[in-house]
Every structure is written in structure tokens, then in C-alpha cells.
Design a binder for this molecule. Structure first.
Ligand code: PMP
Length: 377
């Protein structure tokens, strides 16, 4: 017995050699923007500006923070799986029926759930490239053929997407505006694509940056759901509402689509604190207006600086700008990091000379611009 125990203690435990299923092996783990704490640890810099993850620089509404604190008192209990309070608030806010709303642990979760609910091996998924990477994950995980149509002038080419449709098309993912380029598709473009949508396909219009947009040609996509088209609209509290750390996103779709997502989602996929903070943030439209104003001014500041530096950039409707630095952007991002400014190199999007920069507070934007001027000089 003792021999056996000694032998056990001396032997290196064998490493597990079990392999994940083939569809999982094709996936690459999500690469997030570098957290401020990591840069502090690695470089010993304390005064850091993070313009890398499209987060809101103003932060959440004080009403949301107060609701979050209050909700903390109840966290010994499970959340309401139906997101009752948040659902009621959104019903008022959007003028939709309660059974047209679905909720996720971020809109990431809803993208994943739509994949689980609708994709069988052999089905086809159509999207663009570069775009938000979770669409690719949903398709590959399900063993589907993925059509990634190149952007045209930094923008989704919706006619080219529709050219890829066939009887196996099941999900079509459109980020409007697109991440990482910030570009928008117009109502006319979206409707032309919807008119060509095959019968068994669902078009997912991902509007994570919806509240930043003020453009007369932007589609009012909830109308498509009301018209009975096969459309699911995704929105999030992570961007203008500044609740990224709480993880809450929602979708608007036909009750059958909502039911399908309900069948595959985790029972308590949106936590209590997130539900109440999100509901309260809808009560503070002034905070949304303030955030939009800070964003518009910051974007203008970025574009003026890029013009001055002779850099090409995509026209952005979101809270970030995609700029072509005309040289290896990893090197530029690294040099900026050493100056305490975190941006996102376009290398991970397959565009190595480009970078995505999130709009910050005015002083953060100025610091980025000054650092960029020094690095490019
Ligand atoms: N869609 C798009 C286009 C995004 O840019 C993001 C955030 N990066 C998301 C969805 C996911 O947002 P969340 O899961 O935080 O709601």
C-alpha cells in the first residue's frame, strides 16, 4: 500500500491526450484587447489610456450603477430566467411585443445560441471579412461551410453576399455598422439583400453600435421583424450603455426565433445585476446623448488628425475609427503601448497596415494623437 502511494507521488501524472472534436480544433480562441492591468504589469507604466476594445469612455449611467448595487443584495438567489423587468422596459423603449425579445450574456451569447439553434453540419453561413469574429466561430463550431465575402471600400458588399446564397444558406450575419471598420450599410442595400434571402435562411442584423448612429439612410430594422421577414436584430448594453463588464445583450425577432434561442440558451444566462443595471440605464437618455456627443467630437478629432498625417481611414458610424497607417501596424501599436496608449492592430483582422482605435475622452484622444505623431515621425 505504502509502496503504491510512494510510486504515485514520484511519478509525473500523465498529461491528458484527449483531443477536442474536429470542429472545435478549427477555432482560434478570441483575442481580446490588452487589459490596462496587463500593460501596467508588463511595462511598469501606470498612466495608461485604453482605446482598444470599443468601450465607452464616459461609463454607465449613475442610475445603472445604483440599480446594480441594489441588485447585489439579492445575488444569493438565481436571476429571473425570463429577464422580466428588463423585458418590460425594452417593450416600452422599442414598442415591440414581449415575446419578440431574447436576452444573452452579451450579444456574443446570442450569436452562439443562434448558431446552436439553426445550424446543422452542411448548412452554409454567409458573412463578410474582416468582420466580427464570433460569426465565424458559430459557423465553424457547427461544421458549416462559411462564406466570407471581402469588404468593398471597407464596407459589407451586400450584393456580393447575396450572390453566395443558395438552398443550403441558413444564417447570414451582417454587422451594421461593421467591426472593425465602423462602416454602415444603407436601408436600400439591406432591403435588396433581404429580397434575395432564401426561404430557410435567417438574416442576423448585428447592431451593437446602433445608439451611436445618426444617419438618415440607416435601416429601421425592427420594421423588418414586424413585417414577418426572416430577420433577427441584435443589440447590446456593452457599448453606449457602458455595461460591457456585466454582459447583457438582446435580440428582436419573431417569437419562433426567440423560442428556438430559449431552447438552447443556459437557463440563467443573464445575471441579476446585469438585468437591473440594463433596465435602469434605459431610464437615462441624457447619458446616451452625452456619450454620443463625446463620441462625435472624438471621432472628428481623430479624422482631422488622420487627414493632417495623410492617413486613409474608413468613414465610421461607430465609436472607433479604422485607419490605414501605411506600415506594419503591430510595430506602431507596440510603440504606442510603450507610450501608455493601447490600440488594436489590424493584423488579427487580416489587415496588417491598419489599426482600430476606439474614441476616448478628449484628453485621451489628444494623448493618442500626440503619441501617434511621435511614433510616425
Ligand atoms: N457584435 C459586434 C459587431 C461587436 O463589435 C461586439 C463587441 N465587440 C459584439 C457583437 C459583442 O458585444 P457584447 O457581447 O459585449 O454584447
Amino acid at each position: 500500500m505504502l509502496d503504491c502511494l510512494l510510486h504515485y507521488l514520484q511519478e509525473e501524472p500523465p498529461l491528458a491526450t484527449i483531443t477536442a472534436r474536429e470542429n472545435v480544433q478549427r477555432l482560434v480562441p478570441y483575442v481580446a484587447g490588452k487589459p490596462i492591468e496587463e500593460v501596467q504589469r508588463e511595462l511598469g507604466i501606470t498612466d495608461i489610456v485604453k482605446l482598444a476594445s470599443n468601450e465607452s469612455p464616459l461609463g454607465p449611467s449613475p442610475k445603472a450603477l445604483e440599480a446594480a448595487r441594489k441588485a447585489l443584495e439579492n445575488i444569493r438567489m438565481y436571476p429571473e430566467g425570463s429577464c422580466y423587468v428588463l423585458r418590460q422596459e425594452l417593450v416600452k423603449h422599442l414598442g415591440v411585443e414581449p415575446d419578440m425579445l431574447m436576452f444573452g450574456n452579451g450579444s456574443d451569447d446570442l450569436i452562439h445560441c443562434l448558431g446552436l439553434a439553426y445550424l446543422d453540419p452542411g448548412d452554409e453561413v454567409v458573412t463578410a471579412a474582416p468582420t466580427f469574429v464570433q460569426y465565424r466561430a458559430a459557423a465553424l463550431l457547427a461544421g458549416c461551410t462559411l462564406h466570407e465575402v471581402p469588404l468593398k471600400d471597407y464596407t459589407y458588399d451586400l450584393d456580393a453576399l447575396a450572390d453566395r446564397f443558395n438552398e443550403r444558406t441558413r444564417l447570414v450575419f451582417i454587422a451594421n455598422p461593421n467591426n472593425p471598420t465602423g462602416t454602415m450599410n444603407t436601408r436600400a442595400e439591406v432591403e435588396r439583400l433581404l429580397d434575395r434571402l432564401p426561404e430557410r435562411a435567417l438574416c442576423v442584423l448585428d447592431e451593437a453600435y446602433y445608439e451611436y448612429i445618426d444617419h438618415p439612410d440607416y435601416p429601421q430594422s425592427i420594421e423588418y421583424v414586424r413585417q414577418g421577414r426572416n430577420v433577427a436584430v441584435l443589440r447590446t448594453f456593452s457599448k453606449i450603455y457602458a455595461l460591457a463588464g456585466l454582459r447583457v445583450g438582446y435580440g428582436i425577432a419573431a417569437p419562433e426565433v426567440v423560442r428556438a434561442v430559449d431552447q438552447v440558451r443556459e437557463p440563467f444566462n443573464v445575471n441579476t445585476v446585469a438585468q437591473y443595471a440594463a433596465a435602469a440605464s434605459l431610464q437615462d437618455p441624457d447619458q446616451v446623448l452625452r456619450s454620443r456627443r463625446v463620441n462625435d467630437e472624438g471621432k472628428k478629432m481623430f479624422c482631422e488628425a488622420f487627414d493632417r498625417l495623410g492617413l486613409k481611414y474608413a468613414p465610421s458610424q461607430a465609436n472607433f475609427v479604422f485607419v490605414d497607417l501605411g506600415r506594419d501596424s503591430v510595430g506602431v501599436a507596440d510603440a504606442l503601448l510603450r507610450k501608455g496608449v493601447i490600440i488594436r492592430s489590424g493584423k488579427i483582422f487580416g489587415t496588417p497596415t491598419c489599426a482600430r482605435v476606439t474614441v476616448g475622452l478628449p484628453e485621451e484622444n489628444r494623448r493618442f494623437i500626440a503619441a501617434l505623431e511621435e511614433v510616425l515621425a
